[in-house]
Design a protein around this ligand. Structure first.
Ligand code: FES
Length: 347
């Protein structure tokens, strides 16, 4: 799936928080991910990961986490100086600063055209994994995937002491996937056990996955990069979001359709749709006739065409092309998938 990107400067008290936005190159409403980078901000490596998620059908919104201290567009080099600068900026922030920025980004994303507000997830890497965990505390976030998050086990995040994030895990509403490298010194085996116990005690739906890899093994720069582990961890996160329902849009239960009869269905973020089921196949098209102000769900199906009740023009169920005059302009057609007893728009 091709993607497009832009940068948006969100006004904040004392400056602007620049956000990289990446999304599929179409105008369909999409689920969204708030994306939190490591301490190096939006490096080229991180931007590649943002594009990768967007290519799987998400609107991805990735803020520059240190906008308070750095000019828009600042990303650090992966060296000791860059690491020191990134860590120092984290310590200049308070936990409240991080939380305020999370709330601002979520409000921005939820209100944005082209985003299905009921389908927002969170991802984060390293320190950004910890920030993503705190984003998951919001009821707006429906599922989360964290990659080698730091400081969950000991509360290390900002400069004002223990962030206390793990103790709040019970507030997380959606499923939480946490991925670690087995030889990650920042969250070692003891630290991972602490995280595991905290999440188990919270009683939330979660999974911790271990990869035989180092900390930051998905950063495609430097000796720690592990391509195969990266592919596997990325695929695991996409599957996680799909299981949580973030990459498809629910249409209706199959048994709410009557064989061969068009039904009008309203879907959040979409134009009104007409859905038809015939002989085990399912079709979804725009409900508005391109010839006039008529709802196609008031019509009928004939020879594979959806016929408008107003002037008896028609459209192919398969393609949306105008097939019966007086209609001349095609209507939009959507791919439909069936999963069990439910129908979804394919993403
Ligand atoms: S309005 Fe639909 S055919 Fe004329």
């Amino acid at each position: 799936m091709r993607v497009q990107t832009e940068f948006v400067d969100l006004p904040r008290t004392g400056g602007v928080m620049r956000v990289m936005l990446a999304r599929p190159a179409d105008d369909l409403p999409r689920p969204a991910l708030v994306f939190y980078s490591d301490i190096f901000q939006l490096t080229e490596s991180t931007q590649r990961m943002i594009l990768r998620f967007a290519g799987y059908g998400f609107v991805v919104a990735a803020p520059e986490i240190y906008w308070r201290y750095e000019a828009p567009g600042t990303a650090y080099v992966f060296d000791d100086a860059g690491r020191d600068r990134g860590q120092a900026c984290a310590k200049r922030m308070s936990v409240r600063d991080f939380d305020d920025d999370i709330a601002a980004l979520l409000a921005f994303v939820a209100a944005r055209t082209g985003v299905i507000a009921e389908q927002i997830g969170a991802v984060g890497f390293c320190l950004g994994g910890h920030v993503g965990f705190r984003a998951a505390l919001s009821p707006l976030v429906k599922a989360t995937a964290l990659f080698y998050p730091t400081g969950l086990h000991d509360g290390d995040l900002a400069g004002d002491g223990d962030a206390g994030s793990l103790a709040r895990a019970g507030e997380i509403g959606g499923p939480l996937l946490t991925i670690f490298g087995r030889i990650d010194p920042h969250t070692d085996a003891t630290g991972r056990e602490t995280v595991q116990r905290g999440l188990d005690a919270a009683g939330i739906r979660h999974r911790i996955s271990l990869y035989d890899a180092e900390h930051a093994f998905m950063r495609d720069v430097g000796a720690r990069y592990d391509p195969s582990a990266t592919d596997a961890a990325f695929a695991e996160s996409i599957a996680w979001f799909r299981e949580a329902g973030l990459t498809r849009v629910f249409l209706c239960a199959v048994d709410t359709l009557t064989e061969g009869e068009p039904k009008r269905i309203a879907v959040s973020g979409y134009e009104p749709l007409t859905v038809v089921g015939i002989a085990g196949r399912y079709f979804a098209l725009s409900d508005e006739c391109s010839h006039g102000m008529a709802s196609l769900s008031d019509g009928w199906v004939e020879d594979g065409n959806l016929i408008c009740s107003l002037h008896s023009g028609g459209f192919s169920l398969e393609t949306g092309e105008a097939t019966v005059p007086p209609c001349t302009d095609a209507i939009r057609r959507y791919d439909v998938v069936r999963d069990g007893d439910a129908l979804f728009l394919a993403s």
